[in-house]
Design a protein around this ligand. Sequence first.
Ligand code: GDP
Ligand code: IMO
Ligand code: MG
Length: 420
Amino acid sequence: MNIDILLGLQWGDEGKGKIVDVLTPDYDIVARFQGGPNAGHTIEFHGVKHVLHLIPSGIFHDDKINIIGNGLVIDPVVFRHEVESLGIDIGKVRERLLISLKAHLIMPTHKLLDAAHEASLGEAKIGSTLRGIGPAYTDKASRNGLRVGDLFRKDFREFYHSRVNDHLRTLQGYGYTSDLKALEDEWFDAVEYLKQFRTVNADYHIDQALRAGKRVLAEGAQGTMLDIDFGTYPYVTSSNTVAAGACTGLGIAPGRTGEVFGIFKAYCTRVGSGPFPTELDDADGQQMRDQGNEYGATTGRPRRCGWLDLPALKYAIMVNGVTRLFMMKADVLSGFSEIKVCNSYAVDGREQAELPYCLYDISGLNYRTFRGWHCDITGCRSWEELPQELKDYIRYIEDETGVPVTIVSVGPDRSATITR
Ligand code: GDP
Ligand code: IMO
Ligand code: MG
């Protein structure tokens, strides 16, 4: 069997959590491949809303295995809090969840370093979630990271303190002094908690599962435009959010990947700093924020909103090799008299359909306008029930991208999902 990959094509928060939960019945294993507690993946069913940060979005299904892959950075404190707020018996969570020994750990000082670094950037700040993501991946790349497997070393505390001493020197350079005692006590308690869970060589585990004919779904975090290589650098996260990240974040050979499901909102949002060509600072943007409840699932920050950006979407489809598109939050566009799609940019006075090296170089946007629809579509459960205006909009996206839109999501609940 091959592993299917599901990932975001925009700036995150496309609705990955919801769709992974919807697709989980078709799989045996759901495996997160990158990111950390910067992610906030929302799932709604039976009138209850759950937000996951580290735990894969298949966790609410019985008899499914969820894997936290080597590509993640795990904060044990967030992990503990998340498990305790799942509303699932801990014994069951332990049965359903496996953690890669090769995943990296976020230490209390990583969060302090994140805050110190962001503060030092002033106006140029990234708008990080301040969860310690950048510093933890920095330590991984510079070969100074702590991994889950290290928790079982006898000299773990000494190993930990050698890393902390380096961090404290850097923090002093930023003029930071902080009493770590309370943070460390909480962290070490959470580490003991985490050690009760099953830790595995996830690479071998997935290999054996695939050989046994099991179906595996890889779950991405963030989105393609936040990828460390292909996103709007430096306003990005610190991991590879693209399909290739599923290979390095789980130990999957490229030839063993199957479908690539690309998720996008019917419009665009971004939280944090950085270029956003189609951003709207007007009543339409506010209407998207209000109707779409566009406030961050992790930080509660208002999300910036704008029209769909086709050049960016096509770029994301290209770098990921997307085989199927899933359109999310189509219901949020109900009530707009006109719906716009940016189909090319003006750069140096010339029209271009490719993303320029720097998105700040875009001086103009060319839009195509579609007629809106005024009915409520949140109750629709089949393609036939959708208004013609929305079908026209979707067909245009399919024609332009050459990729079929096979799921249309019309509300946050599991059930508000139309499969074509
Ligand atoms: P993720 O990070 O990609 O998992 O997405 P988030 O959970 O951060 O943000 C998506 C938000 O939109 C959540 O509040 C979801 O409950 C909600 N949502 C998902 N799909 C739909 C949809 O089709 N319509 C509406 N109105 N909300 C949706
Ligand atoms: P999910 O998985 C949206 C953004 C932050 C910031 C930048 C860097 O829920 O889609 P970081 O904390 O990674 O150093 O922040 O990336 N960001 C996200 N935006 N959704 C996310 O995750 C995000 N994770 C990080 O706002 O601009
Ligand atoms: Mg999110």
